[in-house]
Design a protein around this ligand. Sequence first.
Ligand code: TYM
Length: 334
Amino acid sequence: MIDGKKVLFSGMQSTGNLTLGNYLGALKNWVALAEEYECFYSVVDMHSITVRQVPAELRKRARSLLTLYIAAGIDPEKACLYYQSHVSAHAELAWILNCYTYMGELNRMTQFKDKSAKHADNINAGLFTYPVLMAADILLYQADVVPVGADQSQHLELARDIAMRFNNIYGDVFTVPEIYLGKVGAKIQSLQDPEKKMSKSDENPNASIYLMDDEDTVMRKFKRAVTDSEGVILYRDEQPGLKNLINIYCACTNRTPDETVKEFEGSGYGVFKEAVGCAVNDVLRPLHERYSELEKDKAYIDKVIRDNADKAAYFAGKTLRKVQKKVGFPERPR
Ligand code: TYM
């Protein structure tokens, strides 16, 4: 609890171009939850270097991501928006937690398996211990709740296990975090292969809607989206491409799948795809406008980065000192 409010933590990697999946699975919920909770939203640039990055690109993307958080509607006066690399406690706690996490647990992580297959020439130790850094992110702020997309639930489970293990040994040190999954946006799939998640790193640009795509591109990508030959608009697993489009439509318009199926009863796929494209553009338009205004205000963004790093470091430092004491590190004489 901070000032009587429950604490929320979440983060995004400043790698690649953000997709509609990132927005509907995470960012949209972040905005909605920001009033109710004391929120920490990090640009997790330390996670990003588990895959090789071009330094200047990484720096640019990190800033752009933080700006996008604000453009999406998060008020940096209320929620703490900061770069993970500005708060060294993340790395320090991650080291300690590494000593309380088993190789077997990390070996089971499906994202590690996927990413090591994708980057076979660079299967580094950071990629392997990545979920421990993620646990450190969350536990440092004593987060009660963590809003993420479904692809992160295995990492979240591990963070909970590590917290409980640590608490069992040392008493109540960490809050055990709960996962928060949105109702319809938690699992946005590729537009070209509905069995795969929509991902920043997909080689096929038609598979993902990028948050910075212009309106024509969005319409074109939906027009080309893979569906099926059933020809009826129903919400069911047998029609995964259509199900994904319905999920996107619902997440953008706050409708339910049932309402959507009724609304488009008797319509062809072409009509529905156009409606989905329009609904997505309605969401992206204000985001683009706000982003381009904010981008110009360099001094404002710099101030947000500076002030919020201090705020995050203050809360993170409190937990880190407690943990260091528990595990037996000597106190520094004053
Ligand atoms: P990242 O950067 O891959 O994704 C950021 C957020 O977007 C969600 N997401 C999706 N949701 C629905 N459908 C999709 N297709 C989709 N793709 C991505 C992700 O679930 C995530 O919520 N390891 C994390 C970042 C992280 C973090 C943390 C998150 C680091 N530390 C602590 C929460 C708490 C990641 O790589 O997310």
